[in-house]
Design a binder for this molecule. Sequence first.
Ligand code: UD1
Length: 426
Amino acid sequence: MECFEVTGGVRLAGRVRVTGAKNSALKLMAAALLAPGRTAVDEVPDILDVAIMSEVLRRLGCAVEYTRTPGSGGGGRVVIDVPDEPSTETDYDLVRRMRASICVLGPLVARCGSARVALPGGDAIGSRGLDMHIAGLERLGATIDSEHGFLVATAPRLSGTAIWLDFPSVGATENLVMAAVLAKGTTVVDNAAREPEIVDLCAMLTAMGARIDGAGTSTITVEGVDELVPVTYTAVPDRIVAGTWAIGAVMTRGDVVVERGVPGHLTVALDKLADAGAQVSVTPDGFRVVMDERPRCVDVVTLPFPGFPTDLQPMAVALAAVSTGTALVTENVFEGRFMFVNELVRLGASVRIDGHHAVVRGRERLSSAPVVATDIRAGAGLVLAGLVSDGVTEVQEVHHVDRGYPDFVEQLKGLGAQVERVSRPG
Ligand code: UD1
Protein backbone atom coordinates (compact mmCIF):
# COMPACT_ATOMS: atom_id res chain seq x y z
CA MET A 1 0.00 0.00 0.00
CA GLU A 2 1.48 3.35 -1.02
CA CYS A 3 0.87 6.54 0.96
CA PHE A 4 2.00 10.14 0.91
CA GLU A 5 3.50 11.54 4.09
CA VAL A 6 2.80 15.26 4.02
CA THR A 7 4.51 17.53 6.53
CA GLY A 8 2.45 20.61 7.27
CA GLY A 9 3.58 24.20 7.64
CA VAL A 10 5.49 24.79 4.40
CA ARG A 11 4.53 27.51 1.95
CA LEU A 12 4.32 26.51 -1.75
CA ALA A 13 6.56 28.78 -3.83
CA GLY A 14 8.14 28.58 -7.26
CA ARG A 15 7.16 27.47 -10.73
CA VAL A 16 5.26 24.37 -11.77
CA ARG A 17 4.48 23.20 -15.30
CA VAL A 18 1.21 21.51 -16.18
CA THR A 19 1.01 18.83 -18.88
CA GLY A 20 -1.94 18.17 -21.15
CA ALA A 21 -5.28 17.41 -19.51
CA LYS A 22 -6.05 13.85 -18.47
CA ASN A 23 -9.69 14.41 -19.39
CA SER A 24 -8.70 15.48 -22.87
CA ALA A 25 -5.82 13.08 -23.56
CA LEU A 26 -7.95 10.00 -22.83
CA LYS A 27 -10.57 11.10 -25.37
CA LEU A 28 -7.97 12.11 -27.96
CA MET A 29 -6.52 8.60 -27.63
CA ALA A 30 -9.99 7.10 -28.19
CA ALA A 31 -10.51 9.42 -31.17
CA ALA A 32 -7.45 7.86 -32.81
CA LEU A 33 -9.65 4.77 -33.39
CA LEU A 34 -11.57 6.76 -36.00
CA ALA A 35 -8.71 6.63 -38.53
CA PRO A 36 -6.49 3.73 -39.55
CA GLY A 37 -2.78 4.50 -39.23
CA ARG A 38 -0.46 6.31 -36.87
CA THR A 39 -1.84 9.06 -34.62
CA ALA A 40 0.50 10.90 -32.22
CA VAL A 41 -0.66 12.94 -29.22
CA ASP A 42 1.76 15.21 -27.34
CA GLU A 43 1.63 16.50 -23.75
CA VAL A 44 -0.11 13.33 -22.61
CA PRO A 45 0.33 13.02 -18.82
CA ASP A 46 2.26 10.02 -17.51
CA ILE A 47 -0.53 8.74 -15.25
CA LEU A 48 -2.25 5.46 -14.54
CA ASP A 49 -5.38 6.34 -16.54
CA VAL A 50 -3.30 6.85 -19.68
CA ALA A 51 -1.71 3.44 -19.11
CA ILE A 52 -5.21 1.92 -18.77
CA MET A 53 -6.43 3.64 -21.94
CA SER A 54 -3.30 2.37 -23.73
CA GLU A 55 -4.25 -1.15 -22.66
CA VAL A 56 -7.85 -0.64 -23.84
CA LEU A 57 -6.50 0.36 -27.28
CA ARG A 58 -3.98 -2.51 -27.39
CA ARG A 59 -6.74 -5.02 -26.77
CA LEU A 60 -8.62 -3.43 -29.67
CA GLY A 61 -5.63 -4.29 -31.85
CA CYS A 62 -3.70 -1.00 -31.78
CA ALA A 63 0.04 -0.70 -31.19
CA VAL A 64 0.53 1.94 -28.48
CA GLU A 65 3.80 3.45 -27.36
CA TYR A 66 4.38 6.13 -24.73
CA THR A 67 7.56 8.19 -24.46
CA ARG A 68 8.13 10.74 -21.73
CA THR A 69 9.31 14.21 -22.70
CA PRO A 70 12.11 15.33 -20.35
CA GLY A 71 11.42 18.59 -18.49
CA SER A 72 7.71 18.53 -19.27
CA GLY A 73 6.49 18.01 -15.71
CA GLY A 74 5.38 14.46 -16.40
CA GLY A 75 4.11 14.64 -19.97
CA GLY A 76 5.01 12.73 -23.09
CA ARG A 77 4.01 11.58 -26.53
CA VAL A 78 1.71 8.65 -27.17
CA VAL A 79 1.77 7.05 -30.59
CA ILE A 80 -1.19 4.89 -31.53
CA ASP A 81 -1.11 2.71 -34.61
CA VAL A 82 -4.66 1.75 -35.47
CA PRO A 83 -5.31 -1.31 -37.66
CA ASP A 84 -7.65 -1.31 -40.65
CA GLU A 85 -10.07 -3.50 -38.72
CA PRO A 86 -9.86 -2.97 -34.96
CA SER A 87 -11.54 -5.45 -32.64
CA THR A 88 -14.60 -4.12 -30.90
CA GLU A 89 -14.66 -5.46 -27.33
CA THR A 90 -13.55 -3.73 -24.11
CA ASP A 91 -13.54 -5.86 -20.98
CA TYR A 92 -14.86 -5.21 -17.50
CA ASP A 93 -11.41 -5.44 -15.90
CA LEU A 94 -10.42 -2.25 -17.78
CA VAL A 95 -13.72 -0.35 -17.64
CA ARG A 96 -13.94 -1.08 -13.90
CA ARG A 97 -10.50 0.46 -13.38
CA MET A 98 -11.32 3.49 -15.48
CA ARG A 99 -14.82 4.54 -16.38
CA ALA A 100 -13.57 6.80 -19.18
CA SER A 101 -12.90 3.59 -21.18
CA ILE A 102 -16.55 3.98 -22.20
CA CYS A 103 -15.45 6.73 -24.61
CA VAL A 104 -14.34 4.07 -27.13
CA LEU A 105 -18.03 3.24 -27.66
CA GLY A 106 -18.80 6.12 -30.06
CA PRO A 107 -15.68 5.76 -32.23
CA LEU A 108 -16.02 1.95 -32.45
CA VAL A 109 -19.65 1.90 -33.45
CA ALA A 110 -19.04 4.69 -35.99
CA ARG A 111 -15.99 3.09 -37.54
CA CYS A 112 -16.66 -0.66 -37.15
CA GLY A 113 -20.46 -0.78 -37.04
CA SER A 114 -20.46 -2.49 -33.66
CA ALA A 115 -18.99 -2.34 -30.17
CA ARG A 116 -19.16 -4.41 -26.97
CA VAL A 117 -18.10 -2.34 -23.99
CA ALA A 118 -18.46 -3.54 -20.40
CA LEU A 119 -20.83 -1.52 -18.21
CA PRO A 120 -18.84 0.47 -15.66
CA GLY A 121 -21.16 0.19 -12.65
CA GLY A 122 -21.20 2.79 -9.88
CA ASP A 123 -18.17 4.53 -8.47
CA ALA A 124 -17.11 6.60 -5.51
CA ILE A 125 -18.51 9.95 -6.67
CA GLY A 126 -22.03 8.98 -7.68
CA SER A 127 -24.06 6.67 -9.88
CA ARG A 128 -22.83 8.21 -13.16
CA GLY A 129 -25.41 6.89 -15.58
CA LEU A 130 -24.95 6.28 -19.30
CA ASP A 131 -28.52 7.02 -20.34
CA MET A 132 -27.59 10.05 -22.45
CA HIS A 133 -24.79 8.15 -24.23
CA ILE A 134 -27.25 5.35 -25.04
CA ALA A 135 -30.22 7.53 -26.03
CA GLY A 136 -27.97 9.64 -28.28
CA LEU A 137 -26.46 6.64 -30.06
CA GLU A 138 -29.95 5.21 -30.55
CA ARG A 139 -31.04 8.52 -32.11
CA LEU A 140 -28.09 8.14 -34.47
CA GLY A 141 -29.52 4.77 -35.52
CA ALA A 142 -27.58 2.33 -33.34
CA THR A 143 -29.30 -0.61 -31.69
CA ILE A 144 -28.18 -0.93 -28.10
CA ASP A 145 -28.62 -3.98 -25.90
CA SER A 146 -27.23 -4.91 -22.57
CA GLU A 147 -26.11 -8.52 -22.13
CA HIS A 148 -23.94 -10.23 -19.53
CA GLY A 149 -22.68 -6.91 -18.18
CA PHE A 150 -21.82 -5.52 -21.62
CA LEU A 151 -23.35 -2.71 -23.61
CA VAL A 152 -23.66 -3.98 -27.16
CA ALA A 153 -24.10 -1.38 -29.89
CA THR A 154 -24.65 -2.17 -33.58
CA ALA A 155 -25.27 0.03 -36.58
CA PRO A 156 -24.24 -0.69 -40.16
CA ARG A 157 -23.94 3.08 -40.68
CA LEU A 158 -25.06 5.81 -38.31
CA SER A 159 -27.28 8.61 -39.66
CA GLY A 160 -27.15 12.22 -38.62
CA THR A 161 -29.97 13.47 -36.40
CA ALA A 162 -30.96 16.07 -33.81
CA ILE A 163 -30.03 15.17 -30.22
CA TRP A 164 -31.01 17.08 -27.09
CA LEU A 165 -29.08 16.23 -23.93
CA ASP A 166 -30.98 16.48 -20.62
CA PHE A 167 -27.76 17.70 -18.99
CA PRO A 168 -24.55 18.97 -20.67
CA SER A 169 -22.71 15.70 -19.99
CA VAL A 170 -19.04 15.81 -20.95
CA GLY A 171 -18.77 12.08 -21.68
CA ALA A 172 -22.04 11.88 -23.64
CA THR A 173 -21.15 14.93 -25.75
CA GLU A 174 -17.76 13.38 -26.56
CA ASN A 175 -19.11 9.93 -27.40
CA LEU A 176 -21.85 11.38 -29.61
CA VAL A 177 -19.55 13.78 -31.46
CA MET A 178 -17.06 10.94 -32.06
CA ALA A 179 -19.92 8.81 -33.40
CA ALA A 180 -21.41 11.61 -35.54
CA VAL A 181 -18.20 12.49 -37.40
CA LEU A 182 -18.53 9.34 -39.54
CA ALA A 183 -22.36 9.29 -39.67
CA LYS A 184 -24.27 9.93 -42.87
CA GLY A 185 -25.60 13.50 -42.87
CA THR A 186 -25.82 16.22 -40.24
CA THR A 187 -26.02 15.76 -36.48
CA VAL A 188 -26.90 18.57 -34.10
CA VAL A 189 -26.13 18.02 -30.41
CA ASP A 190 -28.05 20.53 -28.31
CA ASN A 191 -27.33 21.34 -24.66
CA ALA A 192 -23.86 20.02 -25.39
CA ALA A 193 -21.06 20.33 -22.82
CA ARG A 194 -18.77 23.35 -23.39
CA GLU A 195 -15.63 22.25 -21.51
CA PRO A 196 -12.21 23.13 -22.98
CA GLU A 197 -11.63 19.38 -23.34
CA ILE A 198 -14.62 19.20 -25.73
CA VAL A 199 -13.17 22.05 -27.76
CA ASP A 200 -9.84 20.20 -27.80
CA LEU A 201 -11.40 16.94 -28.99
CA CYS A 202 -13.32 18.76 -31.72
CA ALA A 203 -10.12 20.53 -32.83
CA MET A 204 -8.32 17.21 -33.19
CA LEU A 205 -11.27 15.65 -35.03
CA THR A 206 -11.34 18.66 -37.36
CA ALA A 207 -7.62 18.24 -38.05
CA MET A 208 -8.43 14.58 -38.89
CA GLY A 209 -10.90 15.80 -41.53
CA ALA A 210 -14.15 16.00 -39.53
CA ARG A 211 -16.59 18.87 -40.13
CA ILE A 212 -17.66 20.33 -36.80
CA ASP A 213 -19.18 23.67 -35.95
CA GLY A 214 -20.00 25.21 -32.56
CA ALA A 215 -17.49 23.43 -30.31
CA GLY A 216 -17.40 25.34 -27.02
CA THR A 217 -21.05 26.39 -27.40
CA SER A 218 -24.21 24.55 -26.38
CA THR A 219 -24.99 23.55 -29.96
CA ILE A 220 -22.49 21.42 -31.83
CA THR A 221 -23.19 20.65 -35.47
CA VAL A 222 -21.39 17.76 -37.14
CA GLU A 223 -21.46 17.12 -40.87
CA GLY A 224 -20.58 13.45 -41.33
CA VAL A 225 -17.67 12.50 -43.60
CA ASP A 226 -16.73 9.13 -45.12
CA GLU A 227 -13.31 8.80 -43.56
CA LEU A 228 -10.77 10.49 -41.32
CA VAL A 229 -6.99 10.52 -41.39
CA PRO A 230 -4.51 10.19 -38.52
CA VAL A 231 -2.80 13.35 -37.21
CA THR A 232 -0.24 14.62 -34.72
CA TYR A 233 -1.93 16.71 -32.05
CA THR A 234 -1.12 18.38 -28.69
CA ALA A 235 -3.53 18.03 -25.75
CA VAL A 236 -4.86 21.18 -24.05
CA PRO A 237 -3.22 22.03 -20.66
CA ASP A 238 -4.85 20.47 -17.61
CA ARG A 239 -7.02 23.13 -15.98
CA ILE A 240 -7.78 20.93 -12.98
CA VAL A 241 -4.13 20.32 -12.19
CA ALA A 242 -3.48 24.05 -12.76
CA GLY A 243 -6.36 24.89 -10.42
CA THR A 244 -5.03 22.48 -7.79
CA TRP A 245 -1.70 24.35 -7.73
CA ALA A 246 -3.50 27.70 -7.59
CA ILE A 247 -5.61 26.63 -4.59
CA GLY A 248 -2.53 25.09 -2.93
CA ALA A 249 -0.75 28.44 -3.25
CA VAL A 250 -3.64 30.23 -1.56
CA MET A 251 -4.03 27.68 1.25
CA THR A 252 -0.32 27.76 2.11
CA ARG A 253 -0.02 31.56 1.67
CA GLY A 254 2.46 30.90 -1.10
CA ASP A 255 3.58 32.28 -4.44
CA VAL A 256 3.25 29.95 -7.41
CA VAL A 257 3.60 30.47 -11.16
CA VAL A 258 1.58 27.86 -13.02
CA GLU A 259 3.31 27.44 -16.35
CA ARG A 260 0.89 26.63 -19.20
CA GLY A 261 -2.08 27.37 -16.95
CA VAL A 262 -4.81 28.96 -19.09
CA PRO A 263 -6.62 31.63 -17.02
CA GLY A 264 -9.59 31.61 -19.43
CA HIS A 265 -10.20 27.94 -18.58
CA LEU A 266 -10.39 28.78 -14.86
CA THR A 267 -12.16 32.13 -14.84
CA VAL A 268 -14.60 31.41 -12.01
CA ALA A 269 -12.07 29.51 -9.90
CA LEU A 270 -9.42 32.25 -10.17
CA ASP A 271 -12.07 34.90 -9.41
CA LYS A 272 -12.96 32.98 -6.24
CA LEU A 273 -9.30 32.92 -5.22
CA ALA A 274 -9.09 36.68 -5.76
CA ASP A 275 -12.23 37.07 -3.58
CA ALA A 276 -10.44 35.00 -0.94
CA GLY A 277 -7.69 37.62 -0.93
CA ALA A 278 -5.15 36.24 -3.43
CA GLN A 279 -3.35 38.26 -6.09
CA VAL A 280 -3.86 36.48 -9.38
CA SER A 281 -2.00 37.74 -12.44
CA VAL A 282 -1.46 36.57 -15.99
CA THR A 283 2.17 35.82 -16.90
CA PRO A 284 3.66 35.30 -20.38
CA ASP A 285 3.64 31.54 -19.85
CA GLY A 286 0.59 31.00 -17.61
CA PHE A 287 -0.56 32.65 -14.40
CA ARG A 288 0.73 33.51 -10.93
CA VAL A 289 -1.06 33.26 -7.60
CA VAL A 290 0.30 35.06 -4.53
CA MET A 291 -1.23 35.00 -1.07
CA ASP A 292 0.12 36.94 1.91
CA GLU A 293 -2.58 36.46 4.52
CA ARG A 294 -5.05 33.95 5.80
CA PRO A 295 -7.68 33.46 3.07
CA ARG A 296 -11.30 34.57 3.52
CA CYS A 297 -14.11 32.03 3.04
CA VAL A 298 -15.89 32.24 -0.31
CA ASP A 299 -19.01 30.37 -1.39
CA VAL A 300 -18.61 27.98 -4.31
CA VAL A 301 -21.22 26.39 -6.59
CA THR A 302 -20.09 23.66 -8.98
CA LEU A 303 -21.59 23.71 -12.46
CA PRO A 304 -20.73 22.52 -15.96
CA PHE A 305 -18.17 24.75 -17.74
CA PRO A 306 -17.84 27.73 -17.53
CA GLY A 307 -19.00 27.28 -13.91
CA PHE A 308 -16.74 26.28 -11.04
CA PRO A 309 -15.45 22.76 -11.89
CA THR A 310 -16.71 19.88 -9.76
CA ASP A 311 -13.21 18.40 -10.02
CA LEU A 312 -11.90 21.32 -7.92
CA GLN A 313 -14.65 21.06 -5.31
CA PRO A 314 -12.61 18.98 -2.80
CA MET A 315 -9.82 21.56 -2.97
CA ALA A 316 -12.38 24.36 -2.49
CA VAL A 317 -13.69 22.64 0.66
CA ALA A 318 -10.12 22.15 1.92
CA LEU A 319 -9.43 25.85 1.27
CA ALA A 320 -12.54 26.95 3.16
CA ALA A 321 -11.56 24.66 6.04
CA VAL A 322 -8.56 26.93 6.80
CA SER A 323 -10.06 30.30 5.81
CA THR A 324 -11.67 32.95 8.03
CA GLY A 325 -15.47 32.83 8.22
CA THR A 326 -17.97 30.33 6.86
CA ALA A 327 -18.40 29.08 3.29
CA LEU A 328 -21.29 27.31 1.60
CA VAL A 329 -20.06 24.87 -1.04
CA THR A 330 -22.77 23.49 -3.34
CA GLU A 331 -22.17 20.40 -5.49
CA ASN A 332 -24.44 20.21 -8.52
CA VAL A 333 -22.70 17.67 -10.77
CA PHE A 334 -21.92 14.47 -8.82
CA GLU A 335 -24.14 13.42 -5.94
CA GLY A 336 -21.51 11.44 -4.04
CA ARG A 337 -18.75 13.96 -4.21
CA PHE A 338 -18.84 14.97 -0.53
CA MET A 339 -17.81 11.48 0.62
CA PHE A 340 -14.22 12.62 1.21
CA VAL A 341 -15.42 15.20 3.74
CA ASN A 342 -15.35 12.57 6.51
CA GLU A 343 -11.61 12.32 5.89
CA LEU A 344 -11.17 16.08 6.04
CA VAL A 345 -13.05 16.12 9.32
CA ARG A 346 -10.45 13.67 10.67
CA LEU A 347 -7.94 16.48 10.11
CA GLY A 348 -10.03 18.73 12.35
CA ALA A 349 -12.03 20.52 9.64
CA SER A 350 -15.47 21.79 10.60
CA VAL A 351 -17.81 20.70 7.79
CA ARG A 352 -21.50 19.91 7.92
CA ILE A 353 -23.14 18.26 4.92
CA ASP A 354 -26.78 18.88 4.11
CA GLY A 355 -27.76 17.17 0.85
CA HIS A 356 -25.65 18.69 -1.89
CA HIS A 357 -24.45 21.56 0.32
CA ALA A 358 -21.45 21.67 2.63
CA VAL A 359 -21.23 24.32 5.32
CA VAL A 360 -17.55 24.85 6.11
CA ARG A 361 -16.41 26.85 9.15
CA GLY A 362 -12.80 27.88 8.74
CA ARG A 363 -10.18 26.97 11.34
CA GLU A 364 -6.76 28.56 11.85
CA ARG A 365 -4.98 25.21 11.27
CA LEU A 366 -5.83 21.57 10.80
CA SER A 367 -4.30 18.71 12.74
CA SER A 368 -2.52 15.79 11.05
CA ALA A 369 -4.03 12.29 10.98
CA PRO A 370 -4.05 9.26 8.68
CA VAL A 371 -6.66 9.80 5.96
CA VAL A 372 -7.81 7.85 2.91
CA ALA A 373 -8.05 9.22 -0.64
CA THR A 374 -11.44 8.15 -2.00
CA ASP A 375 -10.95 9.39 -5.58
CA ILE A 376 -8.42 11.36 -7.64
CA ARG A 377 -9.50 14.84 -6.67
CA ALA A 378 -10.39 14.03 -3.08
CA GLY A 379 -6.84 12.68 -2.75
CA ALA A 380 -5.35 15.91 -4.06
CA GLY A 381 -7.60 17.92 -1.73
CA LEU A 382 -6.43 15.88 1.26
CA VAL A 383 -2.78 16.42 0.32
CA LEU A 384 -3.40 20.19 0.21
CA ALA A 385 -5.10 19.92 3.61
CA GLY A 386 -2.04 18.03 4.89
CA LEU A 387 0.14 20.97 3.84
CA VAL A 388 -1.72 23.19 6.33
CA SER A 389 -2.01 20.65 9.15
CA ASP A 390 0.21 20.48 12.22
CA GLY A 391 2.50 17.45 12.02
CA VAL A 392 2.69 14.72 9.39
CA THR A 393 -0.48 13.65 7.56
CA GLU A 394 -0.50 10.22 5.99
CA VAL A 395 -2.70 10.10 2.88
CA GLN A 396 -3.49 6.48 2.02
CA GLU A 397 -4.75 4.84 -1.20
CA VAL A 398 -2.75 7.27 -3.32
CA HIS A 399 -3.20 5.11 -6.40
CA HIS A 400 -6.27 7.33 -6.89
CA VAL A 401 -4.07 10.43 -7.07
CA ASP A 402 -1.70 8.65 -9.47
CA ARG A 403 -4.63 8.32 -11.86
CA GLY A 404 -4.74 12.07 -12.44
CA TYR A 405 -1.56 13.88 -11.36
CA PRO A 406 1.73 13.12 -13.14
CA ASP A 407 4.80 13.36 -10.88
CA PHE A 408 2.66 14.75 -8.05
CA VAL A 409 5.22 14.28 -5.28
CA GLU A 410 8.08 15.62 -7.42
CA GLN A 411 6.01 18.64 -8.45
CA LEU A 412 5.07 19.38 -4.84
CA LYS A 413 8.69 19.06 -3.76
CA GLY A 414 9.69 21.42 -6.56
CA LEU A 415 7.43 23.99 -4.89
CA GLY A 416 9.12 23.41 -1.53
CA ALA A 417 6.64 20.99 0.05
CA GLN A 418 7.84 18.25 2.36
CA VAL A 419 6.11 15.18 1.00
CA GLU A 420 7.27 11.61 0.51
CA ARG A 421 5.79 8.54 -1.12
CA VAL A 422 6.17 5.59 1.20
CA SER A 423 5.18 1.93 0.95
CA ARG A 424 3.46 0.26 3.87
CA PRO A 425 2.70 -3.43 4.17
CA GLY A 426 -0.89 -3.74 2.89
C1 UD1 B 1 -16.06 14.08 -16.95
C2 UD1 B 1 -14.69 14.08 -16.31
C3 UD1 B 1 -14.79 14.30 -14.81
C4 UD1 B 1 -15.59 15.56 -14.53
C5 UD1 B 1 -16.94 15.53 -15.25
C6 UD1 B 1 -17.73 16.80 -15.10
C7 UD1 B 1 -13.44 12.59 -17.73
C8 UD1 B 1 -12.69 11.33 -17.86
N1 UD1 B 1 -14.04 12.83 -16.57
O1 UD1 B 1 -16.77 12.95 -16.41
O2 UD1 B 1 -13.47 14.42 -14.29
O3 UD1 B 1 -15.83 15.63 -13.14
O4 UD1 B 1 -16.73 15.30 -16.65
O5 UD1 B 1 -16.98 17.89 -15.50
O6 UD1 B 1 -13.45 13.41 -18.63
N2 UD1 B 1 -24.89 11.61 -16.36
C9 UD1 B 1 -26.06 10.90 -16.49
N3 UD1 B 1 -26.25 10.19 -17.63
C10 UD1 B 1 -25.34 10.15 -18.65
C11 UD1 B 1 -24.14 10.89 -18.49
C12 UD1 B 1 -23.95 11.61 -17.33
O7 UD1 B 1 -26.90 10.90 -15.61
O8 UD1 B 1 -25.59 9.50 -19.67
C13 UD1 B 1 -24.69 12.40 -15.12
C14 UD1 B 1 -23.56 11.89 -14.26
O9 UD1 B 1 -24.00 10.88 -13.39
C15 UD1 B 1 -23.15 13.15 -13.52
C16 UD1 B 1 -23.39 14.25 -14.54
O10 UD1 B 1 -24.29 13.72 -15.50
O11 UD1 B 1 -23.96 13.34 -12.41
C17 UD1 B 1 -22.14 14.76 -15.23
O12 UD1 B 1 -21.49 13.70 -15.85
P1 UD1 B 1 -20.53 13.91 -17.11
O13 UD1 B 1 -20.48 15.35 -17.49
O14 UD1 B 1 -20.97 12.93 -18.15
O15 UD1 B 1 -19.13 13.49 -16.53
P2 UD1 B 1 -18.11 12.44 -17.10
O16 UD1 B 1 -17.98 12.59 -18.57
O17 UD1 B 1 -18.40 11.10 -16.53
